[in-house]
Ligand binder design. Structure first.
Ligand code: DON
Length: 304
């Protein structure tokens, strides 16, 4: 039996001593208000034992981590048709780059870069009666947690400064890969990114990708094939131009967000979330990556 609690305690101790904590994202003004000294980690294993250390109960903005959840909902609604509008190749570019989108005629490289996630948001706006309410309820059901909610202040803050996302949505529209109004799609997108969760809640949502598509109550949300696809996309595209480095250092499928969260999982074994708001130059949590490298090295558990 692995003593996960001791490993998490050691990781938290190392993190608390770290002086170089990275830089907080400031292009969404509301995110800048967070204290860079926060660090939290939570792990749930396949028997639903929970372990945590540090600030694992503090809420933070999950940002791009939400892209995995919108993709999951879209797969359930329209299935494989989604791949007509978005590809599944890593981009090797930062999350907000637009050059490939133009070169490749408005088909985003994958659903986890911003243009891809905006196409996914467009599909949900078309498919759902009340997109924001319906998506929130989907996430709450997977987590079995009705306290999960949007942070309206963060959503509004991003709306005011989301110039590149407006550019992306307009470019998609010009290539006829956006069916709804730019404002309606981005309102949904900024809200999905504003979802606030703590490390524990994040592992409870992503448990479904570790547990063959079944949530903690054993209810099925995704087929085995959908889980395979989503985990593959997290592994190859979850960290943008640092996806190779994350696979190399950590060896797990995962997803990061500019709020400083990272969630990663080993199928059938555990799901882990870290939060440290300081980012490295590629926009991924600096201490979060170090923590997960330590976790998979010390436990000798990774997909490889
Ligand atoms: O669209 C944006 O720029 C943000 N709402 C999300 C970016 C993000 O989290 C990238 N992840 N590392």
């Amino acid at each position: 039996m692995i003593d996960y609690q001791s490993v998490l305690n050691a990781i938290n101790e190392t993190a608390s001593k770290e002086k170089e904590r990275g830089k907080i994202a400031d292009y969404i003004p509301e995110l800048e208000k967070v204290d860079v000294n926060n660090f939290g980690i939570h792990l749930i294993d396949n028997h639903q034992n929970n372990f945590s250390a540090g600030d694992s109960n503090e809420l933070f903005s999950i940002q791009s981590i939400s892209k995995v959840l919108t993709l999951s909902m879209v797969l359930g609604l329209i299935g494989e048709d989604v791949w007509k509008r978005v590809d599944v190749e890593p981009s090797g570019d930062p999350f907000n780059h637009l050059s490939l989108l133009e070169l490749e005629n408005g088909i985003p490289r994958n659903p986890l870069i911003n243009p891809g996630a905006i196409v996914i948001a467009d599909i949900l706006v078309s498919q759902l009666k009340n997109p924001k309410d319906d998506f929130l309820s989907f996430v709450r059901q997977i987590a079995n947690d009705d306290t999960i909610d949007y942070d309206e202040t963060v959503a509004l803050s991003e709306k005011k400064t989301g110039f590149r996302n407006f550019a992306a949505a307009n470019l998609l529209k010009s290539y006829k890969n956006l069916n709804n109004d730019v404002d309606a799609v981005l309102d949904f997108y900024f809200h999905q990114c504003s979802l606030a969760m703590n490390c524990e809640q994040l592992t409870h949502v992503f448990y479904v990708f570790m547990n063959h598509g079944k949530c903690r109550r054993n209810k099925t949300f995704l087929t085995l094939s959908q889980v395979k696809r989503i985990n593959a996309i997290m592994l190859t595209c979850g960290f943008y131009d640092e996806a190779g480095e994350f696979a190399f250092e950590v060896g797990l499928p995962g997803k990061s967000g500019v709020g400083g969260g990272i969630v990663a999982l080993l199928p059938n074994k555990f799901c882990v979330a870290t939060w440290s708001p300081g980012l490295n130059p590629k926009g991924n949590s600096k201490l979060g990556m170090l923590a997960l490298e330590k976790l998979t090295t010390e436990t000798e558990l990774s997909i490889f």
